[in-house]
Design a protein around this ligand. Structure first.
Ligand code: NAD
Ligand code: APR
Length: 234
């Protein structure tokens, strides 16, 4: 059925969450067996308060995350999506992920709603660094300000350019495919609804039920994203 949707669609947008990268080795946030937020309270670690009031724990946590995105890589599923963009099967990707794996695999039209862990910037002067600085245990800018990952923390707004690109793409879509997101975080989780309201077909591929399943034309829970993409690409 998903193959038919892809063949019939004129403008397909793919929306990915942390479930797109678990098969690369990165943990997701809320799945029952491995989610990061099952062990830590995100508001205490992934927030602007944590950065200002708890900087050592904040840096320790994100140094671990940076090690993850530097050590692990895009998997076959990321490369299939990049190939589909080249072949015109899909038109763009909206991602909540901060690992940069879609771009690593060759995808060009990507909206990173929550920024990227591949970069750091100075909290004081805004100077941008590669996040390898965290691995080298360099935590301060030449101006003395603290370096933080260029991701969206709880309490921050999403990058305007990425948000607008995601909105424009969503409004053009006649097929909107969610891969690996619990769809629990606003405002990212509004895009599937906007697509649906605009008359697009909505497909949700996620190992656990999501809040938005009831609006979907097709829900696939029982299989992993990697195997589904390989089968579709076969
Ligand atoms: P994060 O800092 O990227 O997300 C911060 C949260 O704030 C997001 O849920 C974002 O949606 C929310 N937010 C931003 N603007 C908002 C707004 N206007 N209204 C409401 N909510 C808004 O990620 P995190 O939560 O800090 O996760 C911890 C770490 O786990 C991340 O740094 C990431 O490196 C790592 N991780 C990454 C992946 C991946 O990239 N594939 C997967 C799992 C974990
Ligand atoms: N195949 C299919 N589904 C998967 C797979 C897989 N291989 N691996 C995990 N999943 C599913 C999980 O069951 C889970 O429901 O992916 C979903 C991931 O949901 P979350 O862990 O909530 O991640 P996400 O939706 O991306 O979180 C949104 O919250 O803290 C923030 O910034 C963080 O961007 C993230 C946002």
């Amino acid at each position: 059925m998903l193959k038919n949707f892809l063949n019939e669609a004129k403008y397909t947008v793919v929306f990915t969450g942390a479930g797109m990268s678990t098969e690369s080795g990165l943990p997701d946030f809320r799945s029952s067996n491995q989610g990061l937020w099952r062990k830590k309270d995100p508001s205490k670690i992934a927030s602007t308060n944590a950065l200002n009031e708890n900087v050592n724990e904040f840096i320790d946590f994100y140094r671990e995350r940076v090690l993850g995105v530097k050590e692990y890589n895009a998997h076959k599923g990321h490369y299939i999506l990049a190939d589909w963009e080249k072949r015109g099967i899909i038109q763009s990707i909206i991602t909540q992920n901060v690992d940069g794996f879609h771009q690593q695999a060759g995808s060009k039209r990507v909206a990173e709603l929550h920024g990227t862990l591949q970069k750091l910037h100075c909290q004081k002067c805004g100077k941008v660094y590669d996040s390898v600085e965290y691995i080298n245990q360099e935590y301060y800018c030449s101006c003395g300000g603290v370096l933080r990952p260029s991701i969206v923390l709880f309490g921050e707004t999403l990058p305007e350019e990425a948000f607008q690109f995601a909105l424009t793409e969503t409004e053009k879509a006649d097929l909107f495919i969610v891969l690996g997101s619990s769809l629990t975080v606003t405002p990212a989780n509004q895009f599937p609804l906007i697509a649906k309201e605009n008359g697009a077909k909505l497909v949700i591929v996620n190992q656990e039920r999501t809040e938005m399943d009831r609006y979907a034309d097709l829900v696939i829970n029982e299989r992993k994203i990697g195997s589904i993409l390989k089968e579709l690409d076969g």
